[in-house]
Ligand binder design. Structure first.
Ligand SMILES: [Zn+2]
Length: 204
């Protein structure tokens, strides 16, 4: 019904699945465009779940990023009175730039980038990250705000090379590759956390 009401019935048919746990970041929903599947976390209240569904539908009608196209779609929904709430209700072209970026999220994003663009360098990765997720207005500002970014990028690159060397990426689809990369990063982090008892940084 949202498809009729807010998208002129233009979205392809998606399956909707309510899941208990989302992936690695405790996101509340996700839109798997290739599989025509939207997943929403089960524990959400109706208002949040509704907003989350619209958020994912906006991805379905644009792309996976939180960049200009998606933002424009969210702003249009808002204008048309769609029941958005929380962060989804306040999307603006120039927002999400003051937000905190957790190291973990950045690692995951970079791990994903390296799958499609293994040659990417730190600056390109940060620029791409800013386009998709924000964090700062420029690479320089990003580095000032998140001084760990370069180190984290190098670590990601090393990890990616190791994965490739182990030839675990060889015949995997991009989706599987990104799953492999994620597991690898998580395992690394768990190990690191264990080896240095007092957690060095709070991660959001
Ligand atoms: Zn999203």
């Amino acid at each position: 019904m949202f498809n009729q009401k807010y998208f002129g019935g233009g979205l392809p048919t998606y399956r909707l699945r309510s899941v208990r746990h989302m992936t690695w970041l405790g996101e509340s929903g996700r839109c798997l465009r290739r599989r025509r599947l939207i997943e929403i976390q089960r524990a959400l209240d109706t208002e949040t779940a509704t907003s989350c569904l619209l958020h994912e539908m906006a991805h379905a009608s644009t792309n996976d990023c939180h960049a200009a196209a998606w933002k424009a779609e969210m702003m249009r929904l808002k204008r048309e009175g769609a029941p958005l709430s929380g962060d989804d209700a306040t999307v603006e072209m120039d927002d999400w730039s003051g937000g905190h970026v957790s190291r973990r999220y950045f690692r995951m994003a970079v791990a994903d980038m390296l799958i499609t663009a293994p040659q990417i360098d730190a600056k390109q990765a940060i620029r791409f990250f800013i386009q998709n997720d924000g964090g700062a207005h420029s690479v320089a500002e990003f580095l000032r705000k998140f001084p760990w970014a370069l180190r984290t990028f190098s670590a990601c690159k090393r990890e990616h090379r190791e994965l490739v060397a182990q030839d675990r990426m060889g015949k995997a689809t991009p989706e599987q590759q990104s799953e492999i990369a994620r597991k690898f990063v998580m395992a690394r982090e768990a190990k690191r956390r264990k080896s240095q008892k007092p957690a060095p940084s709070k991660e959001g």
